[in-house]
Structures are given as C-alpha cells and as structure tokens.
Design a protein around this ligand. Structure first.
Ligand code: PLP
Length: 420
C-alpha cells in the first residue's frame, strides 16, 4: 500500500471527523475521486460504494446531467442570500417538489442539512399552536428506534438508547418516546398515551417504513395509517421525516405513498441533490402554512439559514429530480431489491446472523453482536467494498444505478466477509 498523500499528512492532525473517537478510530481513507458506484482511493485501490455516501448519491457519483446543471449555475450565480431576494433555481425546485409530493404538501422551506430540516419541522409544529394562542402543545411524540439528527432539538426526539446521543439522556428537554404501534400491546400503549397526553403534544414525528440510523428497523404501512388516524382524532400535526426514505429508496418516490397517507409536514434531504450539494427541504401543507399567514409579524416563521436555497444546490436538485423522470429509477430499485434478496440470502444460514431483511434498495444484515466493527470495516475494504457497520447492523443502500455485476460483487463480497 502506498504512503498517504502529503495533503493527508499535513491536514489530518487538524481535522475532527464524524462519530469518531479521534484517538482510536481507524484513520479515514484518502479519496482521490469518485465515478458511477465507485470510490477511487488515493493509493490506487477502488471500492464499490455499498451505501452511496450515506444514501445521497442515488444516481451514482458524478452524473453528467447534474454536473452540467451545477456548472451552468456556477457560471451564472453560485449563491445569493434568500432574505429579501429570490432566484429561479429555488422557485423552480419548490414548484417541482410541490408537484411531486402527494396531497397539498405545497409550501417549501429550504435549509442546508437534514437535522436542520427536522428542527424547522418541529419549530413549525410548535409555532402553529403558539400562533393560535395554544401554549400547552409543545411536546413531540417520537418512537424508539428513531433517528432525526444530531442538533440538540433533534437529539431529544432520537431514541435515547441508540448510542449516538445516549450520553445526553436526561439532559435534553424530555420528549415522550413510545414503541411504534405495531402490535396489540404497543397499540394499546399508544392509544392510552394519546388519551392522557395528546393535549400536551404539538406533533407526532416518525421515519415512515424504515427507521434508518437507529437500526434499519422496518414497519408496515398500517402503522402509518394508524398514526394518521390518531393525528386526525387528536388534532395533532403529523411529521414524516423522509430524509432517508424519500426519493425512491423504499420503492416508491416517497414512503408515505405506500400507506396512502399524507403527513402535514415532510422533511427531505440526502438524495435531494443526488449526492452533490448540501440541501434539505421542510414541506408543509396549506393548513400548516395558513397557520402562519397573518397581519401579525410575530406569527412569521423566524428561521433563515445563511445558505438556505443555495442556488448551486437547487440547480443540482432540479437536475437530480429530472433524472427520476428520464431514467428508470423505480425499476432499478425493484431490480436492486431482488438482487439484495438473492445476494444476501446465503447469510440467513450463517451462525451469528440474526436477521436478513430487504425493503426497496435497502438490504440489512443484523448480527447477534458486532464486537469489532473496525476489523469488519477493514475486511470489507480489503474485499473491495465500502460499508459502514454500526451497532449490530451491516447494511447496503447502493446507488440506484448500480449494475447487476457490481451488485453481485457487493453482496458477494459482504457475504464472504461476514461468513468468515
Ligand atoms: C431520517 C433522518 N433524519 C435526519 C437526519 C439528519 O440529517 P443530516 O445528517 O443531514 O443532518 C438523518 C441522517 O442520517 C436521517 O436519516
């Protein structure tokens, strides 16, 4: 293996990397470039990316259609502040999202990360009630296994035991946390809780169909219908965090479509720009938007990140959404689903493997325990694939453009590593 590049040696002592104990973590792998489903390391090795850069690069890396749109936009205007000014990419993207999303999810607020999009959704929900003079509805009912971000507000609605934020348990503003209502006992507990406490809640917050970073836990569409019915019954705002599931990952453009329910607020990010730029959107229905429509300036949504609606990011997102129209993404997701099911099924018989599950372009292998994630990560890199095991999970969420051969290589390499 070659020595690390000079820029790595000079810069690494000055960087703080995500979710890392800097003293003991494996040093990150220097990347020289990307293309298609591949990551090219500076030492000449190439890896098939099994997780599409944390689920963003849904069309593969460096897609020419997105690249051309970003370059065009760069020539015209990379960014202009969004306070008091506006621009074509932002408004075109907002109209496109409104047209794609179900129901009357028509009012788009742009931010620059998923966590902040969820913060904005929470703020919208809480202020919706405040604007009506209701001061008691400030809580958020969230669910065990959920993950909604790393900022302080979103940490309070993540599963406190999921590991990323457990150190802060008891120190953040407490939010009610229940099991998802999936069976008789949890449904009874959910109903009981709402009977007693609905008046203290602003909203119910959930990742529909798959709770991602909290453990890749699947649930079915009935759960979402139940949440919608409860939100209607108790006049609660229903927030779907589709930052992971949105944009075809679970097999339909938005996970909520499977249940035939429309949330009051939806959050999107990750694949929105096809993995090129930081962008997120919090989209509300007319009813929520109307809760802010007033002659009273105090009823305005007081939020405005400096880089909101960044023009380059909006141009990338428009191009990315166009690719869902011009290239057969949903068919590709169906093919990936079948490929993941076939490719990972030998692991069902391997000792130490608790579960293998697939939904859309998400394949999950759950182990009895993962004692040494670093060794596993190293073995995967040696086998030519990039994955990020966490907790007791190894998962695959490849780009939708991955070909049959590469998908077989990916599942084959993971199966071999895990079986060993
Ligand atoms: C469902 C969900 N919500 C929110 C977030 C936070 O997004 P970001 O990392 O862009 O802040 C994530 C990130 O993994 C996520 O999966």
């Amino acid at each position: 293996m070659q020595a690390k590049p000079a820029w790595f040696e000079a810069g690494f002592p000055h960087i703080w990397t995500p979710y890392s104990q800097m003293k003991t973590a494996l040093p990150p792998l220097p990347v020289a470039g990307t293309g298609g489903v591949r990551i090219y390391l500076s030492d000449g090795r190439e890896l098939i990316d099994g997780i599409a850069s944390w689920w963003t690069a849904c069309h593969g890396y460096n897609h020419p259609h997105i690249r051309a749109a970003v370059i065009r936009q760069l020539e015209v205007m990379p960014h202009v502040m969004f306070g008091g000014l506006t621009h074509e990419p932002a408004l075109t993207l907002a109209a496109k999202l409104a047209a794609m999303l179900p129901g009357d999810l028509n009012h788009v607020f742009f931010t620059d990360s998923g966590s902040v999009a969820v913060e904005v959704a929470m703020k919208m929900a809480m202020q919706f009630w405040l604007n009506r003079g209701v001061r008691e509805r400030t809580g958020f009912l969230a669910f065990r296994g959920g993950y909604h971000g790393d900022t302080l507000g979103t940490m309070a609605v993540c599963d406190p035991g999921e590991g990323m934020h457990s150190l802060f348990t008891g120190l953040l503003p407490p939010q009610p946390m229940l099991d998802l209502p999936v069976d008789e006992a949890s449904i009874a507990a959910f109903d009981r809780f709402l009977d007693d406490h609905a008046g203290e809640l602003a909203a119910i917050l959930v990742e529909p169909l798959i709770q991602g970073a909290g453990g890749m836990i699947f649930h079915d569409a009935d759960v979402l219908r139940r949440l919608r019915a409860a939100a209607n019954k108790y006049s609660l705002i229903l927030i779907f965090d589709e930052i992971f599931t949105g944009l075809a990952r679970t097999g339909t453009m938005f996970a909520c479509e499977v249940a035939g329910v429309v949330p009051d607020i939806i959050t999107l990010s990750k694949a929105l720009t096809g993995g090129t730029m930081a962008l997120a959107a919090t989209v509300a229905t007319k009813q929520i938007f109307d809760g802010f429509w007033s002659n009273d300036s105090g009823h305005a949504l007081m939020h405005g990140p400096t880089y909101m609606a960044n023009a380059l990011a909006c141009a990338a997102a428009i191009a990315s959404l166009e690719l869902f129209d011009t290239e057969p993404r949903l068919e590709q997701v169906r093919a990936i689903s079948a490929g993941l099911t076939d490719g990972l099924s030998p692991l069902r018989k391997v000792a130490g493997i608790k579960d293998v599950r697939v939904m859309g372009a998400v394949g999950v292998v759950q182990l009895d325990g993962l004692n040494d994630p670093k060794s596993l990560q190293r073995a995967c890199v040696e086998a030519g694939i990039w994955v990020r095991p966490f907790r007791d999970i190894v998962y695959l969420t490849p780009s939708f453009t991955i070909g049959t051969d590469d998908l077989e290589r990916l599942t084959g390499a993971l199966t071999k590593v895990l079986a060993a």
